[in-house]
Write a protein that binds this ligand. Structure first.
Ligand SMILES: *[C@@H]1O[C@H](CO)[C@@H](O)[C@H](O)[C@H]1NC(C)=O
Ligand SMILES: *[C@@H]1O[C@H](CO)[C@@H](O)[C@H](O)[C@H]1NC(C)=O
Ligand SMILES: *[C@@H]1O[C@H](CO)[C@@H](O)[C@H](O)[C@H]1NC(C)=O
Ligand SMILES: *[C@@H]1O[C@H](CO)[C@@H](O)[C@H](O)[C@H]1NC(C)=O
Ligand SMILES: *[C@@H]1O[C@H](CO)[C@@H](O)[C@H](O)[C@H]1NC(C)=O
Ligand SMILES: *[C@@H]1O[C@H](CO)[C@@H](O)[C@H](O)[C@H]1NC(C)=O
Length: 413
């Protein structure tokens, strides 16, 4: 009898144990204290541990992958949720991200919302992220490989990826960029005005980043320190940080996702960079987005944004006086020429975004050439909308994606 009891106890514990491991998301934050007890409110979401094609397939959408090689020989992967014949729309992620940020928030993910609205959805991947980590000749474990910022992403990656989409569909494209995906889109348009006006109908910018004057983000406190430590970091890391590996992912799961106290503590730190909006934290997808929405950043990308923060200018990379002289023929790097933008631009921004502040967005909008700003810009009415809310807010569909879909029905081109 005792043995039977013992056995069933062990059996019960094993079941609980399996359950505790399997269950990784809950519909409410307080359920996370007792994950294995809430059989209805908690469940296992495989999206936390799989890749873009798995997630898209699991949610019942079609998926295709394409490879494209840039003029400087980086090999990029572009995903597509195909609807042949429909209007192509191209999504481009921000810093420390990959295409996965547009599919990892269940049905309300931007890629699915746009597919359901009838678009042929393409999703880009900038060089260096987990889907675009190959090069024809360079070894990704070298500083030469990581010698790029969003300048090269605009100049080379967008040119190649948009060329692919245009060639495959034969149609002009709606471009939707988020954060660094906006910075790079302006650089692409400025450096390749003919190519851009041939291929793009409109550039929609979610949380545009161009001017970074007086941002309230903790990034502004850290920015002056970066030039002091950058050479050491670059030397020790061959120019890349936050590359994905199982150790850091497991550490994050343990430190930031174990229970609501850990969750909110980690969010408080992270959100000091991006803007606080606890009301829009989504308990059901936070463990997925926290694990999936991070990816490699080249130290040069950080340096370039730090220059934006320190000098408040939309400027080419500053290599220091002597090198600038060699590279640009001038001790000061040139500014990107905003006047040569020639594709219509629609800015969508939030009031509580610590990186894309209202003032900076307004200044950028004022500087845009008349022909590009016929559609005006859109400040989201929800007052707490912050930088991360664009890809992970609980109500992102009603607050942002529905207005976006609505806008795209009839933009002024
Ligand atoms: C793209 O490249 C990757 C890595 O080189 C390869 O595994 C994959 O099969 C390629 N995909 C296509 C569609 O060619
Ligand atoms: C990175 O690129 C710059 C500009 O093209 C060049 O001056 C520098 O030597 C390169 N550094 C490395 C490590 O490749
Ligand atoms: C698209 O087609 C043009 C013209 O055939 C070609 O020059 C270009 O390399 C193609 N681009 C891509 C990315 O396939
Ligand atoms: C880092 O610095 C050391 C000492 O100056 C040098 O020998 C080494 O080549 C550097 N490593 C890289 C990756 O640049
Ligand atoms: C992480 O672990 C999984 C299995 O748990 C393995 O398939 C994967 O290759 C590992 N990833 C890395 C980057 O080591
Ligand atoms: C910027 O672009 C505009 C429009 O193409 C052009 O008229 C102007 O000369 C350019 N400015 C600079 C400094 O190159």
């Amino acid at each position: 009898m005792v043995q039977v009891l013992n056995l069933s106890l062990i059996f019960f514990c094993v079941i609980l144990q399996i359950n505790a491991q399997e269950v990784n998301v809950c519909k409410k934050f307080n359920y996370y204290f007792f994950k294995s007890l809430y059989s209805r409110g908690c469940y296992y979401n495989p999206d936390q541990n799989t890749e873009v094609p798995d997630i898209v397939t699991r949610l019942g959408y079609p998926i295709e992958s394409y490879n494209v090689t840039t003029e400087d020989n980086y090999i990029l992967t572009v995903f597509r949720l195909p609807q042949p014949g429909a209007k192509p729309i191209f999504l481009q992620h921000g810093i420390a991200l990959s295409a996965i940020c547009f599919v990892d928030t269940l049905e309300s993910s931007l890629a699915f919302v746009l597919y359901d609205a009838g678009y042929d959805v393409w999703i880009g991947n900038f060089r260096g992220n987990r889907y675009s980590n190959k090069h024809v000749t360079l070894d990704p474990n070298t500083e030469e490989y990581w010698n790029f910022s969003f300048h090269e992403m605009g100049k080379f990656d967008l040119k190649a990826q948009l060329g692919l989409v245009y060639n495959e569909t034969g149609k002009k494209i709606y471009y939707v960029g988020y954060s660094m995906g906006t910075t790079a889109s302006y650089i692409y348009n400025i450096l390749h005005p003919e190519d851009a006006s041939e291929k793009l109908d409109i550039i929609v910018s979610l949380a545009p980043i161009v001017y970074m004057k007086n941002i309230p983000s903790s990034a502004a406190l850290l920015a002056p320190l970066w030039p002091l430590i950058e050479p050491l970091v670059t030397n020790l890391s061959h120019g890349v940080i936050l590359q994905r590996n199982n150790v850091s992912i497991n550490l994050m799961k343990t430190l930031c996702l174990g229970n609501p106290i850990e969750m909110f503590t980690c969010q408080a730190l992270i959100r000091s960079l991006f803007g606080y909006d606890n009301d829009q934290l989504n308990p059901e997808t936070l463990p997925v987005t926290m694990v999936q929405n991070n990816d490699a950043i080249s130290t040069k990308t950080i340096s370039h944004y730090v220059q934006f923060i320190l000098f408040g200018k939309f400027s080419y990379f500053n290599y220091g006086y002597e090198n600038n002289e060699q590279i640009y023929g001038n001790a000061i790097p040139p500014l990107y020429n905003i006047s040569s933008l020639n594709v219509p631009i629609y800015l969508m921004h939030g009031s509580n975004d610590f990186l894309s502040t209202i003032k900076n967005v307004e200044n950028f909008f004022e500087d845009l050439p008349e022909g590009t700003k016929k559609n005006g810009k859109y400040l989201l009415p929800y007052k707490k909308f912050s930088h991360l809310d664009f890809i992970s807010a609980k109500d992102q569909k009603s607050l942002l994606y529905d207005p976006l879909v609505n806008f795209l029905k009839n933009p002024i081109l």
